[in-house]
Design a protein around this ligand. Structure first.
Ligand code: KG4
Ligand code: ZN
Length: 341
C-alpha cells in the first residue's frame, strides 16, 4: 500500500515578516511572505506595529501558500510554527493561529526554534531534487539581526553552540552602522549594494580581541562612529562622497571577523563542511568569501537567497523532521522571547 504524503504547513512570525510555507515529504511546494514596510521610517522594528501587521497579514499569507501549493487544507498532515526566540507580540500571532488551525483540523501541532529553523533550511528539497545538502556533523555559521553563532550540528536537533557574539549580532552591526550612514532600515542589504562599487581596502577598521571562537561587533560600531565624526569635521560631505568606499570597508571588516573564526572552528573541531544561515548569509561578500573555502577543500553550503532571511519554508522543513520523530506540542505551549538552541 502506498504511504500518504506528509504535508507540513509552516508559519513564521517571530519578527517583522509574516510567512507561510507548504512542504510535502521534505520538498517545497509553496513559500509565501509578507514584508512589513511600516518600520522603515522608524529605523528599526517597532514591536507593537509588527504584531498588528502580523494580524492583518497572517490569513492572506497562509491562504496564498495553500493555493500556491495546489492542495486543500484538509490534506495538511501537521502545522509547525515558530515558538521563539523573537518578539513576544509577533510570536503570539503565529502561535495562536497555528493552535487554532491544529484544533480545527484535528492535526498535530509542532513548535520550532527559529534558530534551528535557519540551520535546517539547508535540508529543504526543491521539486527537481538536485539540492546539495550537508552531512552530519557540520559547522554552521548562523548570522542574523539578533544572533551570531558558530554551531556544531551533529543531527537534525542536536546542535551545540561553540562560539557566539558577546555583544551585537553581525546583522545588528550592519544595521547600526547603516543608520550612522543615514541609510534606511534594514541597512545590511544597502551596505551590500553600495559596497559593490567600492574599494574594501580604502579604510581600515580594527578587529576585536575576543577569546576562543566568540565574536564582538560593538567596538567596530564605536570606531565607525568616531571615524565618521572626525572625517565629517574636515569635510561635511564625507559620507555622500565616499559612501561606496565606506560600505565596502565596513563590510570587509565584518566578513573578515566572521571568516577568521569560521576557519578556526573548522580546524579545532576537525570538520570539513561549513554551512551559513540567517539573514546576513544573503550578503554577497560573505557568500563569495565563504565559497572561496572550497579551494581549501572544504565543502560549502549556502541556502537559496529566499531561505537565508526569515521565511516559513525553514519552519516547515524543521516541522517535517520533528513530525518524523513524533515530537509534537500541546495547546498549552506558549511562545518564548528568549530560547536556547
Ligand atoms: O534572519 P533575518 O531575516 O532576521 C532575523 O532573525 O534577525 O536577518 C535579518 C538581518 C538584518 O540585520 C539585515 O540587515 C541582514 O539580516 N541582512 C543583510 C543582508 N540581507 C539581510 N546583511 C548584510 N548584507 C545583506 N545582503
Ligand atoms: Zn531569523
Amino acid at each position: 500500500m502506498q504511504q500518504s504524503p506528509i504535508i507540513i504547513l509552516g508559519i513564521e512570525s517571530s519578527c517583522d515578516d509574516t510567512a507561510a510555507a507548504v512542504i510535502c515529504d521534505g520538498k517545497i511546494l509553496a513559500n509565501s511572505i509578507a514584508n512589513q514596510e511600516v518600520h522603515k521610517v522608524y529605523g528599526g522594528v517597532v514591536p507593537e506595529l509588527a504584531s498588528r501587521a502580523h494580524q492583518q497579514n497572517i490569513i492572506p499569507v497562509i491562504d496564498s501558500a495553500i493555493k500556491k501549493a495546489g492542495i486543500s487544507k484538509n490534506e495538511i498532515t501537521a502545522v509547525a510554527f515558530t515558538n521563539g526566540p523573537g518578539l513576544l507580540g509577533s510570536l503570539l500571532v503565529g502561535s495562536s493561529f497555528a493552535k487554532t488551525f491544529s484544533m480545527a483540523l484535528n492535526i498535530p501541532l509542532i513548535e520550532i526554534n527559529h534558530m534551528q529553523g535557519h540551520i535546517l533550511a539547508h535540508f529543504i528539497k526543491e521539486k527537481e531534487d538536485s539540492t546539495k545538502m550537508p552531512v552530519f556533523p557540520f559547522l554552521c555559521l548562523t548570522v542574523s539581526g539578533g544572533h551570531t553563532q558558530l554551531v556544531k550540528v551533529s543531527d537534525y536537533f542536536e546542535m551545540q553552540i561553540i562560539g557566539e557574539t558577546i555583544d551585537d549580532a553581525a546583522g545588528e552591526a550592519f544595521d547600526k552602522v547603516a543608520k550612522m550612514l543615514q541609510l534606511s532600515y534594514p541597512g545590511g542589504p544597502l551596505i551590500d549594494k553600495y559596497a559593490q562599487s567600492g574599494n574594501p581596502n580604502r579604510f581600515i577598521f580594527p578587529h576585536p580581541k575576543v577569546s576562543g571562537l566568540n565574536f564582538s561587533f560593538s567596538g567596530l560600531k564605536t570606531s565607525v562612529l568616531y571615524f565618521l565624526k572626525r572625517e565629517q569635521e574636515k569635510n561635511p560631505d564625507f559620507i555622500s562622497q565616499n559612501i561606496n568606499e565606506i560600505c565596502a570597508s565596513i563590510q570587509k571588516t565584518i566578513v573578515d571577523i566572521l571568516l577568521n573564526n569560521v576557519v578556526k572552528a573548522l580546524k579545532q573541531e576537525n570538520l570539513t563542511q561549513i554551512a551559513v544561515a540567517g539573514g546576513v548569509s544573503a550578503n554577497s561578500e560573505l557568500r563569495k568569501r565563504i565559497l572561496d573555502l572550497e579551494k581549501q577543500k572544504y565543502n560549502v553550503f549556502i541556502p537559496k537567497f529566499e531561505y537565508c532571511t526569515d521565511n516559513a519554508a525553514m519552519i516547515a522543513i524543521a516541522g517535517y523532521y520533528k513530525y518524523l520523530k513524533g515530537d509534537f506540542a500541546n495547546l498549552k505551549t506558549t511562545p518564548q522571547a528568549r530560547m536556547l538552541l
